[in-house]
Design a protein around this ligand. Structure first.
Ligand code: HEM
Length: 390
């Protein structure tokens, strides 16, 4: 760590407790919390095991998913490996630099200029619009009218608190509209001319319109809601901690990414990751898990396991993140074959946006951002994060 970073780190004693731990705990059953995997090595071994099946976001052993609704997230084994390999090139550092960075920069520039001129803004809505622009490019959706496609995508997300499904059903009017207005025209255009995007690769693999529609909708929470929460959470941390904001503004991209990574470690957006054991598995420090057991990883606990983080796990310490693989996020992006393919992209998006937003004079929240629990992906969501600037 440089002397400058050392001195800036003094006093950044953020935690323990964090902003979301109470909400996460109160929203989860005591039995699940008690049996959850809480250490980093056991969590990592479980997610890397070849003897587990996916079991979250509306899929479970008792609720099998139809073949035509099997998104990348739902698949396991060879079929998962194949579909994932087909889209992997869209998430490389090269793709981020060449394809998405220009979109991020132009979109962040225009959104932050809007905030500066209007003097107040719903950061949660603006950050969602920004995340939609980038994810739409990954998918192959036309995002030239960004506010309008953002509204249509937002309306497909399931807000029913009792439901385990992250997106509304196909019979819903908003879902039908999104399909007809955005997804079907993109499929038809790619049938004529393939491009470098998820829709084109799914057509190559013979996917039906139905399956493409389902996959595209899964990105609404996988890549858009998550990025929105990351941006709002980081903004909240920086507003609460002016020294951290100063360090962020005065640092280059690597330290900026490390700061975001640390905030994400302490405030994991996906709070619990679930798996189903298809065979007996012996997990280090946890013990034998019998075939047929459903398991939950407590991401907050794994991310503050001193065995993985080193000393003072509740401090925001960019140096800690820098000693790990860049953008590792500890367990916040999962691990093993389902590890978030958009990890580097999400971090790069947050960095490009925050680097502009945090330079606005007098940046503050009008009142503390409101959060709720989004059951389908076991995550916190921001409902109302109103910013003001001078
Ligand atoms: C920025 C914050 C983000 C967070 C915290 C996050 C978190 C996660 C986590 C924890 C998983 C693994 C779930 C599991 O193993 O059960 C995951 C998977 C996934 N994420 Fe992300 N994600 C983020 C951004 C993105 C972005 C920007 C995209 C794409 C544009 C994306 C696309 C996906 C996809 C497609 C999967 C499923 C992968 C698979 O099952 O193989 N994510 N994400």
């Amino acid at each position: 760590m440089s002397d400058r970073t050392d001195s800036l780190m003094e006093g950044l004693n953020i935690g323990p407790g964090t902003k979301t731990a109470k909400l996460a705990t109160e929203s989860t059953s005591p039995a699940k919390l008690a049996s959850a995997i809480k250490t980093f090595p056991a969590a990592s071994a479980l997610l890397r095991s070849t003897d587990v099946l996916q079991s979250g976001a509306g899929v479970s052993e008792s609720q099998p998913v139809d073949e035509d609704r099997m998104t990348l997230f739902h698949l396991d084994g060879e079929r998962h490996r194949k579909r994932r390999a087909a889209v992997a090139p869209f998430f490389t550092l090269r793709a981020i630099k060449d394809r998405y960075e220009p979109i991020m920069e132009a979109t962040a520039e225009s959104i932050v200029a809007r905030i500066a001129s209007e003097k107040t803004a719903r950061l949660d809505q603006m950050a969602f619009e920004y995340a939609v622009a980038v994810a739409a490019e990954v998918l192959g959706l036309d995002h030239s009218d960004l506010p309008v496609i953002t509204r249509r995508i937002r309306d497909t997300i399931n807000t029913d608190p009792a439901s385990n499904r992250p997106v509304k059903s196909e019979t819903d009017e908003a879902v039908r509209q999104f399909f007809e207005t955005d997804v079907l025209p993109a499929i038809e255009a790619r049938r004529e001319h393939r491009r470098d995007d998820v829709i084109s690769r799914m057509l190559d693999a013979g996917a039906s319109d139905q399956l493409i529609h389902t996959e595209v909708r899964s990105y609404a929470f996988a890549g858009m809601v998550t990025t929105r929460e990351l941006i709002v959470m980081c903004t909240w941390y920086m507003i609460d901690n002016p020294d951290l904001a100063d360090q962020f503004r005065n640092s280059g991209p690597q330290v900026q990414l490390a700061i975001i990574d640390e905030i994400l470690r302490l405030e994991p957006i996906v709070g619990y990751i679930r798996r189903y054991a298809a065979a007996d598995i012996d997990l280090p420090g946890y013990g034998l898990v019998r075939a047929g057991t459903s398991l939950t990883i407590d991401v907050r606990k794994a991310n503050t396991d001193e065995a993985a983080t080193g000393p003072c796990p509740h401090l925001v310490d960019p140096h800690r993140a820098a000693t790990k693989t860049p953008g590792s996020g500890y367990m916040s992006f999962g691990d093993g074959p389902h590890r978030c393919p958009g990890a580097q992209l999400g971090l790069a998006e947050a960095r490009a946006f925050l680097d502009r937003l945090l330079r606005l004079p007098g940046l503050r929240f009008v009142e503390e951002p409101q959060m709720a629990w989004f059951k389908p992906i076991a995550s916190y969501v921001f409902l109302d994060a109103v910013l003001a600037v001078d």
